[in-house]
Ligand binder design. Structure first.
Ligand SMILES: [Zn+2]
Length: 416
């Protein structure tokens, strides 16, 4: 199973916005751009909402039928590990193998020795086209790499074989994700990770490194954009070289997680993708839940009151809601409006605070991040929330489609 050059991680917390998301991909298609949708929902989201991976498959299949989508599509077991992969095996055909927690674990001595032997042809200088300096691979460097990454690579291989046994080889797409680790990978580390994965027979089609800077949920990148750009370009150079040299799939590409709303990065990413003629996978699922809330708030009346109720509860339960997302949200409680203050807002004011428009003086990234992690409260509301989604579907789907098409697909893939 081969993943196409451009793909977008989509899907949504409550499985209702698939057709609206596909409408954005159809707009891309009309502009000559083929993007493959990949439905994402992680174990964390399933647990918080009370859904199962089979529900995501149902939502994806229904959306594809409703929107008469004719292209390929996938359902991703997002951030799976051996502990939780089994429930994803039947409904999914894309697996994001999360091995970040195994980075830095000391390998078994025998395994480390075998790894160094398997990579024995590597030491020396490798001139990689597009990289500023050649890769210098030394025996000590390999040893150090093995100490940091070997356990993670072997875990990815174990998980890969487990899935391949259940589903059959070539019946699924594999991504390896390191993005929830603590340190960014150097170009050399990325190359060695790919080399070690190839040696283990893991035919990954996408890899999600950790980049420098912060990829907080639903808000813009926080960090040094020129530095990110250099890193992104180096990784593209490494991938191009690795595909040719290591026998990895021709479709191997970078994946950017928490990729929605990184507006300050898209122009540089677009230029780099053009320069390297490179493919990309970008995960954006979370931004759709916020577009849903914006749709509700802009509808006014009971729908606005519902959005305010969600905020009031979220503010009271901030610590609990943020805990599962501690690494990817930065909220200053002092900058959050009180529940009473938010209750006094009209639709325009609520939307202006929530909408990711940095030129708007009311835009509040703290408010936005808190609501980003507050979908558990909507899930607890059950029918009240789901009925509102039904009742205000036209205004919500307009928000969802425009958010993906205008703010994400156009600047990133089309450069417009
Ligand atoms: Zn991730």
């Amino acid at each position: 199973m081969q993943l196409q050059p451009y793909s977008l991680g989509i899907g949504d917390r409550f499985g209702r916005q698939g057709p609206a998301q596909l409408a954005a991909l159809k707009q891309a298609q009309a502009a000559g751009l083929a993007i493959t949708p990949v439905w994402n929902k992680s174990q964390r989201e399933h647990q918080l909402i009370g859904t199962t991976p089979a529900d995501t498959r149902t939502a994806a299949d229904q959306a594809v039928r409703a929107a008469a989508w004719r292209g390929n599509y996938f359902v991703d077991a997002d951030h799976v590990s051996l502990k939780n992969v089994d429930a994803f095996l039947a409904p999914c055909d894309f697996f994001t193998l999360d091995v970040a927690e195994f980075i830095g674990r000391a390998p078994d001595k025998g395994e480390l020795a075998a790894f160094k032997k398997s990579q024995g042809r590597l030491p020396g200088r490798l001139a990689v086209p597009g990289l500023e300096a050649p890769l210098e691979i030394t025996a000590e460097g390999l040893e150090q790499f093995g100490q940091t990454y070997l356990v993670a690579v072997r875990e990815a291989a174990r998980l890969y074989r487990h899935i391949a046994t259940a589903k059959g080889q070539e019946r699924f797409v594999v991504e390896v994700s390191l993005d929830e680790g603590s340190a960014a990978q150097s170009p050399l580390e990325l190359f060695l990770i790919l080399s070690a994965l190839a040696a283990e027979g893991v035919s990954a089609q996408t890899i999600a490194p950790k980049f420098t800077g912060r990829f907080n949920k639903g808000v813009d990148y926080v960090g040094d954009v020129p530095q990110f750009t250099r890193e992104f370009e180096s990784h593209l150079a490494i991938l191009r070289y690795s595909r040719a040299q290591l026998g990895l799939p021709a479709s191997l590409k970078l994946s950017v997680h928490s990729g929605s709303d990184k507006f300050s990065l898209y122009p540089a990413m677009h230029q780099a993708l053009k320069r390297f003629d490179a493919a990309l996978h970008l995960k954006t699922a979370g931004t759709t839940w916020l577009a849903e809330l914006i749709g509700l708030a802009s509808a006014g009346g009971e729908a606005l009151a519902l959005a305010k109720d969600i905020y009031a509860q979220a503010r009271a339960r901030r610590a609990e809601l943020c805990r599962p997302y501690a690494a990817v949200v930065v909220i200053d409680p002092q900058r959050l409006p009180t529940a009473a203050e938010a209750r006094s807002w009209d639709s325009e004011r609520f939307v202006a605070s929530l909408q990711h428009d940095q030129s708007c003086p009311y835009y509040n990234p703290h408010f936005r991040q808190l609501l980003h992690v507050a979908y558990k409260i909507a899930a607890e509301m059950g029918e009240r929330y789901l009925n509102a989604l039904e009742r205000y579907a036209p205004i919500i789907s307009g928000q969802v489609t425009a958010n993906l098409w205008e703010r994400h697909i156009r600047p990133l893939f089309l450069g417009t």
